[in-house]
Design a protein around this ligand. Sequence first.
Ligand SMILES: [Zn+2]
Length: 252
Amino acid sequence: MIFQFRYRYRKYAGSGFTCNVCQSGYSRFIPSFPAPENAAALQRHKVIAGYGEQVICPFCRSTARERLVLAVLQDQFNLKDKLILHFAPEAPVYKYLNQEGKVITADIEPGFYRNLDKHCREENLCALSFENDLFDWVICNHVMEHIKTDSLAVEEIYRVMKPGGQALLQVPFTTSVEENIEIDNENNEVTRSPLYGQKDHVRIYALKAYLELLKAAGFILHVQYPEELKKYQQFAIQPGECVIRVQKPVNA
Ligand SMILES: [Zn+2]
């Protein structure tokens, strides 16, 4: 067992990167590349979608997008006693949120998440059951690209947030076009992979269009671009990724 462990991890041993989930140090992380049926669309449109040379932690299997969200939350915000809605909860992020604040987890298919949180609620992001002005934070990491009526989801997130509340609404995106790539009558599981790079995605977001959608819902935008995120490179975050944080105005 110990021999297997050493053999498996030896090629990643060293320093240069640290996993901010399991605190281990590595010379590199495990790469992750899209399946062939998904690769063409992602490459054609240069989509920042969570793939690359340094993605998965050799020890705890955390992903680059989880480590980025965790780094930003740990480094920049005080979540003590905050009421947080964590949609489609990822384990490393959830564990941190849960130790800091009070977390309600939810998903349209909560069964996937009940090993992590047995109270994970069944919620449709486009018709949330929560009252208005409830949450200090909403964490929704790579969810919107699965939702056909994303403007409804954004309005619902806005509605359930307290005035002054904040949300992290990460999505895969491209900056190579200004309009979303979304073909209404070509939206089925067979055509989605070649069009959008994943069979359960319903569009490729143009970053510009996505930010306009968030702004149209009333949010104040606080986007951190790759240049500002260089300080988190030690956690093997994805080059080119932005942090898309929004705030409901205090006087909303
Ligand atoms: Zn790790």
